[in-house]
Every structure is written in C-alpha cells, then in structure tokens.
Design a protein around this ligand. Structure first.
Ligand code: GAP
Length: 453
C-alpha cells in the first residue's frame, strides 16, 4: 500500500480548483457548512447514486423505488419520535459564546479557540446541557400560524413508511422486499463541519427492507455484508473500511441493533453508513397515529403480521467524499509532480478525454469526430489546448481513466493512442474499435492501484 498523502485541506482545495464542490453563497461571504456541487461534482455524485440504484434495482429483483415529498404531514414526526426525541445536547460557552454538542466536546476542540480568547489560555465556561431539536421548522401556506407548522424531513426513511401501504395494495409486494429512495434531508446540526461530512442539507440513500419478523436477524446480517461489499467493489480499500456495532447506549430510539460502515477519513474513523434493525417500531407507530392498518396479510394462508425492517442508510455526500479521499494520490512523472484521482472508472466523472496532439493538420477535426462517436456511449471531453503533458495532468486530476490522443499517424492509419491514468501504458487502437475497447475496460473488474506497491 502506498503512503497516504491525502488531507482534508488538499481535498477541499482540489474540489474548489477543479469545480467539484464550492462553498455555497460565497459572493455573500458563504453560509456555514452549505456546499454546491459543480460540473465534475455533479457527474461524480450522480455516478455514486446510479451505482447505488443499480445494485438495488437492476442487480436484484426484491427492491423497488420511491421518490417521496420532503414536506410530509407533521404528524409523521410525532409518530416517528423525531419531534420528541431527535435532539442533541447543546451547551453554550459563556466566555467564547460558541455552541457545542455536549457529547462531542473533543471534536469541537472546546477550550482551544485562540481567536476567541486573545491573550489568555482559553477555558470554556459551559452552561448546563439542554436538548436541541435538529428538525428544520417551516410553515405551509401564506399565513404563519400554529396550525401551519411543518418540518423539512430529517431522514428520507419516513416517506417510505408512509407509502408502505401503497406497495402492498397496488404493487402486491410481499415480504421480504425493500423500498429504496434517494433524496435531500435537513438537520439543524449544532456543529456541522469537516467539509461535506456533516452539513445541514445533505442527500441520503436509504432503503427499508420489510421482512417476516422471524427472519430479521438473517436479513440484518445479509445487508451488513452487501453494503460493505458495495464500497469495496467500487474501489474503497478494504483496510480503510470497517463495520462497527453500536453499543447499547448509542442506539437510536427505534433500533434494536445497528452497525455502522465506517471509513478512515483524514479526521479518523467515522460513520459512512448505518445499518439498523428497526423492528416493527415505525409501522406500529404509524398504524397507531394514523389509525390505518399497515399489516401484511397473506391472501392464501390468512397469515397477518407487521413486518420488521432492516434499514441500510447511507449518505450520498459522505460516500462521494470517501471516494474522493480514497482515490486521491500524488506521484511524479518525468520529474514533474502529479495529483491524480484513482477513481473506479465507473465513478469517474469523465471516462475518456480526446486530445489532438497539435491544433493543425486535420487532427482537431478527427478528434472531434471521435469525440462525437464516443459521446453516444459514455461521458467524454474534448480538450485541444496546451502542452499534451499538461492536458494529461488536467485529466488525471479529475480522475479521467483514459486519454485518447490523435497524432499525425492517426490521419494515416486511423489509429489513436489510449493512455491509462494509473499504469501510464499507451497502446494504439484502431478508431473503429475504440468505443468497444473503452466499454470493455469500463465493464472489467477493477481494484485500486493504491493497494499495490
Ligand atoms: N434513517 C436513518 C438515518 O437517517 P443516520 O445515521 O442519521 O440514519 C444515515 O443517517 C446517513 O446519512 C449517515 O450514515 C450519513 O452518511 C448521512 N448523514 C447523516 N447526517 C448527515 C449530515 N449532517 N451531513 C451529511 N451526511 C449525513
């Protein structure tokens, strides 16, 4: 394994420089911990989300999709327990006037904020902890009154429970089956930070898998290994990934067992995804609060039960950040330093760059012709300008796995060179076979080159 050169600062700077992720509202001075995805960021995050969908909807036949509303009936959050229990303990410091999570004082480095305590050894003077609800409140309709209060969803999961009955009635689904969705969630985090790791507005990829009660443990174990493998198949180094079971006092109010998939971020081991056994907590609550029956009834045997739920809940932003960090590398080519994202080709924002060696002799025209043909098959980019070495490095930095170069020979024999981002090998390929060759490479199994050497 090569030494890890990555730091969070390098990732933040690369993301801004190359248009992956920008601080939001920057021309107004920014707004804490909100980020906007630029061109390559959108392509990368879309690829992450598409791989998640693919693993559930295309590669299996027991999961279906949903896209539910962000604003749901406010009773949802009474039933789910979020209104009463989705809180973090908040403390204020009387000296530096900063706010911290009482259970995460070390993370906030409380007491070590030199700028807030000039000339003195900072000692925070903390208030008693009080519970702070993380849900964003809003009002529905033009008149602000008590009756119109609603919440921006703090998790996508509840939209799935509210729609469960539709899937039983109209799609005739029977457990075991899952309902998956990707969407924005909102939490008024007390201490957001570490770039896109903890934000107030973020995207979740959640699936609720409904099972007969006696099968819950078996399915819990199934999803632990499925979800762990999803990250490693997409190139995350296995020694940077682990499963950690929650202690009893860490469990959420709805969970009887949870394990986190944790990634070794530059800030240490942190949660990437949580896999919970939610039992029948949610369906029971919604059945009680709505007065609607949410049982599964087997029309042949007459058997009826409230299914138990196994929930793999991942963050699209946290996963995207982990893929960026895990792929980041630095090396030297012919004495020149290079920054390279060794992304799995399936995740790379751009699959191939088409580069004419010089801007004359018909090379740009041929390169354009190749680019147009490849565009039918994959995301490609045409880059005619500058020294070829610099153009290769520009593509390396955004993780483009293959660079296709058109040179004087291309006009004679209709072949091009294909340069590999990681091995740097260059092979000549007939233009007529290029599309299929790149598609073949894209489909091939892949392993992070950071594991070798
Ligand atoms: N339905 C269960 C649930 O929401 P969670 O562990 O609170 O569980 C699931 O959230 C995932 O959502 C986390 O593992 C993380 O990847 C992502 N996530 C949660 N809070 C986040 C935040 N403030 N910023 C970015 N991602 C977040």
């Amino acid at each position: 394994m090569t030494t890890d050169v990555v730091t969070m600062d390098k990732i933040v700077s690369l993301c801004k420089r190359r248009g992956f992720i920008f601080p939001s509202s920057e021309i107004y001075g920014g707004i804490g911990s909100s980020y906007d995805y630029g061109h390559y960021g959108v392509l990368l995050k879309n690829n992450v989300k598409n791989q998640w969908w693919k693993s559930l909807l295309q590669e299996r036949d027991d999961v279906v999709a949903l896209d539910s509303a962000i604003i749901q009936h406010p009773r949802t959050w009474e039933a789910s327990g979020h209104l009463a229990g989705f809180t973090d303990p908040l403390v204020d410091c009387r000296t530096c006037k900063l706010r911290f999570r009482a259970d995460k004082l070390e993370d906030a480095q409380c007491g070590r904020k030199p700028s807030k305590h000039p000339g003195e050894t900072p000692e925070c003077d903390l208030t008693e902890a009080r519970e702070f609800n993380l849900m964003f409140e809003t009002t529905v309709g033009p008149v602000k009154s008590d009756g119109s209060i609603a919440y921006l969803r703090p998790e996508t999961a509840q939209g799935i429970f509210l729609n469960f009955k539709h899937y039983l009635q109209f799609s005739r689904k029977r457990p075991p089956f899952g309902i998956a969705q990707i969407g924005k969630s909102f939490r008024n985090e007390i201490t957001p930070g570490n770039f896109t790791f903890r934000m107030r507005e973020f995207e979740q990829m959640e699936m609720e898998f409904f099972v007969p009660p006696d099968d819950a443990q078996r399915w819990f174990e199934h999803w632990l290994s499925e979800r762990f493998d999803w990250y490693t198949k997409l190139g995350i180094r296995p020694d940077h990934l682990r499963l950690r079971a929650h202690d009893q006092d860490e469990l959420s109010h709805y969970s009887s067992a949870t394990s986190d998939v944790e990634y070794l971020y530059p800030i240490g081991w942190q949660e990437l995804e949580g896999i919970a056994n939610r039992g029948d907590f949610d369906l029971t609550q919604h059945q009680t609060f709505s007065g609607q029956k949410l049982e599964y009834v087997d029309t042949v045997t007459g058997e009826r039960y409230l299914p138990h739920v196994i929930e793999p809940a991942a963050g699209a932003d946290r996963a995207t950040l982990a893929f960026l960090i895990d792929s980041y590398d630095e090396d030297e080519i012919d004495g020149e330093p290079r920054t390279v994202l060794r992304l799995h080709p399936q995740l790379a924002p751009v699959k191939a760059a088409v580069l004419p060696l010089v801007r004359k002799d018909g090379q740009p025209e041929l390169a354009r012709e190749i680019e147009l043909d490849l565009r039918e098959r994959m995301q490609v980019e045409y880059d005619p300008g500058g020294a070829i070495g610099r153009r290769y490095r520009r593509q390396d930095e955004i993780g483009t796995p293959w660079a296709v170069t058109v040179d004087h020979q291309s006009l004679e024999d209709r072949t091009v060179t294909v340069r590999d981002r990681d091995s740097l090998a260059q092979v000549r390929v007939p233009i007529g076979e290029l599309g299929e060759e790149l598609e073949r490479r894209l489909r091939s199994p892949w392993r992070s080159p950071k594991l070798e050497g």
